[in-house]
Design a protein around this ligand. Structure first.
Ligand code: PHE
Ligand code: CA
Ligand code: ZN
Ligand code: ZN
Ligand code: ZN
Length: 277
């Protein structure tokens, strides 16, 4: 798998920050910054050769959007999906939550195109709307799938907060094979991971898991505090939240750990290359 360029990931985050700044300060569901951000990502994917579609839904009196992008190569009967919620809370630009996952999977998708990858399985990327209102977009997507189309989804990988400023390295423990593909990558970097527990059921993998799709993912931590033991293995500040700006106005492009964002983006590429091969 390619080494994902952290500067490119951060470039997308700079764009998402400036889109928020120009649209009332956020990417919240029903706010103009959300659709403008969808348009930015869709434009990049269309130019790279993805087949994109916008799925609309109604929530709270506003239209929400999921952006779905399929890579044209690969067997459509076996789909490997990666997803991230693109909406933010109303209070800020949501750069770690969840610009980070959104930008990470975007840059991995652009690398799939750059490599002109011919995987055995179909790669599908998704940017979800209205996660912050209770996983509304991803639930809508799963509910709209026929049982036939649902059974074609080989796995769903979720990325919600992967650049936390006081980072931890958490791997979802829902499925052993999907957990292993990530753990193998970190082991090669001598990074010790922990099982993700803070977020169980709290992000867009939940509706997939509920319908019997195997799920995996990465997480660098939200409001929980890093323990002394964790600070010993990962560095950073013990006794402080993994993300002190979680759901706050200070979740800006300053609210990132570049090393965590880089490692996690590289690990996403590794997982998708391996699982789709
Ligand atoms: N879904 C939570 C949010 O967007 C964050 C979160 C992600 C929490 C993953 C736990 C695990 O606010
Ligand atoms: Ca990298
Ligand atoms: Zn959130
Ligand atoms: Zn989130
Ligand atoms: Zn690799």
């Amino acid at each position: 798998a390619p080494d994902i360029d952290i500067a490119a990931v951060k470039g997308h985050l700079t764009e998402l920050q400036s889109i928020a700044d120009g649209n009332g300060g956020n990417r919240a569901h029903g706010q103009p910054g959300y659709k403008a951000s969808v348009d930015y990502i869709k434009g990049k994917l269309d130019a790279a050769g993805f087949t994109t579609s916008l799925q609309e839904f109604d929530f709270n009196g506003s239209t929400g959007y999921n952006l779905i992008a399929d890579w044209p190569a690969g067997d459509a009967e076996q789909v490997v999906m990666a997803g991230a919620h693109l909406d933010s809370v109303g209070r800020g630009a949501g750069i770690n939550d969840n610009g980070s996952g959104s930008a990470g999977i975007l840059e991995v998708a652009l690398n799939v195109a750059k490599a002109d990858l011919k995987p055995a399985k179909k790669l599908r990327f998704a940017w979800w709307g209205a996660e912050e209102y209770g996983m509304v977009g991803s639930t809508h997507y799963v509910n709209e799938l026929s049982s036939g189309d649902l059974s074609k989804i080989n796995s769903y990988l979720n990325f919600d907060m992967i650049g936390s400023p006081n980072p931890g390295y958490f791997v979802y423990d829902d499925d052993p094979e999907l957990e292993k593909v990530f753990k193998d990558w970190y082991a090669g970097k001598d990074i010790v991971t922990e099982q993700e527990t803070e977020g169980d059921g709290r992000s867009d993998h939940a509706p997939f898991k509920e319908r019997g799709v195997r799920v995996g993912g990465l997480f660098s931590g939200a409001e929980a505090a890093k323990t002394a033991e964790q600070a010993e293995k990962w560095g950073g500040t013990p006794g402080e939240s993994f993300d002190p700006c979680y759901h706050s106005s200070c979740d800006t492009t300053k609210n990132l750990d570049d090393t965590a964002l880089d490692h996690n983006s590289d690990a996403i590429a590794h997982a998708l290359w391996n699982l789709s091969a």
